[in-house]
Design a protein around this ligand. Sequence first.
Ligand SMILES: [Zn+2]
Length: 206
Amino acid sequence: MALLDISPTLHAGIAVWPGDVTFRRTMACSFEDGANLDLSSIRTTVHVGAHADAPSHYHPDGVGIAERSLEPYYGPCQVIAVDVGRGQRIRPEHVQVPVTAPRVLFKTGTFPDPDDYNEDFAALSPELVAMLAAQGVVLVGIDTPSVDPFSSKSLESHNAIFDNDLSVLEGVVLTHVQPGTYTLIALPLKLADCDASPVRAVLVTE
Ligand SMILES: [Zn+2]
């Protein structure tokens, strides 16, 4: 058994959505300044790095992340590589393999560097979300900052995720991961009322 880390490193240089709050760590005490310990705090968007969106992020009636069931974030998970262009939505016909697990992560390769934001990343389509939900999928994830394209204002995939009560992971790193089946562990923090939470996402290999 081995753990494949699919989380980008959270640090001052990680790219966040343009205009969102970047990652900053502040030292309250430090060995360097003669204190008897290091003590620090962080300030950043809850959508930093690999993260789970809560329904309250994309729907006025949606609950916060602490109220969501943890089950979707742990269990059998399929990584599916899709050949989709920059800025495109993944449509059902892009999925060339049978869906065999209740959690699916899409490897698009269209957001290659977590520290260097590119706006032309690929996203999901509402038709794909509906298809996955109809097949019993409970969580969908992607290796880009959003399940909708950068310029989308109507957030069709987010809405389809809400309508089908799916859980979602964004910002996972799949560069080093082969398509196949794993066990996903990506539990969100119990952040009251928050519209998302960072996760430490890993895939367990047998
Ligand atoms: Zn998000």
